[in-house]
Design a protein around this ligand. Sequence first.
Ligand SMILES: *[C@@H]1O[C@H](CO)[C@@H](O)[C@H](O)[C@H]1NC(C)=O
Ligand SMILES: *[C@@H]1O[C@H](CO)[C@@H](O)[C@H](O)[C@H]1NC(C)=O
Ligand SMILES: *[C@@H]1O[C@H](CO)[C@@H](O)[C@H](O)[C@H]1NC(C)=O
Length: 211
Amino acid sequence: MTHVKGLIGGVAFLSPRTQGSFYRVEWRYGKDLKIASRDSGEEVRYPNGSYVGRLKLFPNNTLRIDHLQKKDSNTYWVYMEDSAGREHPESIQLQVYDAVPKPTVEHILDKSTSESCKVTLNCFVELEDVTYEWLPPRRVIANAGSELSLSFNPSVEIYTCVASNPVSSNSSRLIHRHPCSWEAELPDATASTKNSVLVSLGCLLLLLTLP
Ligand SMILES: *[C@@H]1O[C@H](CO)[C@@H](O)[C@H](O)[C@H]1NC(C)=O
Ligand SMILES: *[C@@H]1O[C@H](CO)[C@@H](O)[C@H](O)[C@H]1NC(C)=O
Ligand SMILES: *[C@@H]1O[C@H](CO)[C@@H](O)[C@H](O)[C@H]1NC(C)=O
């Protein structure tokens, strides 16, 4: 069975593997609910239902579903009938996923001294089917045998968590400051307010240094 993945609000193309021109084509949600059909030489019909205005059956028998909703997730059956009356049924599984929201990141301090910092970083979103990856700060620029090139700021480091599902991903950052202070990155709105404060501070400093 073919599997198709879609994003809520997005578009999915359900394409039968069997290609060719058929006398009659009918798409169903599950095995019973008819949602689109075409008889040879006639207009495509979309029986009324929750798909009103969201379906398009192309001449090649591909069905496009727009504005995907969670409840569109199901097995779809397409019945293609050739001119000899033989049916060619096929099923396609559609799974619709939510977009992954920005993950929540936090740190749990285990031990902090002036020489070392022992901490656990956590990352989560309230969604199923999500995989996580922490990206540590990159220090190595080039590693060529006896030569190792590094570049880093010893007082500030950024750890990034990426949360992904099969159709989307999102990320959040935790900022580490020497020796062991941790801060989640600010949401966008707060970040821009902070920037404007910094900008005005910059202006203020500029004014003060003028003779
Ligand atoms: C079904 O579709 C027809 C033609 O597009 C429309 O006139 C009718 O109002 C629809 N009925 C329902 C229940 O959606
Ligand atoms: C069928 O036609 C549609 C619209 O032209 C196209 O987007 C789709 O890729 C085609 N599918 C196949 C399997 O050729
Ligand atoms: C990440 O999630 C936020 C909502 O939590 C959303 O506004 C934003 O568009 C998402 N970013 C990406 C790249 O999907």
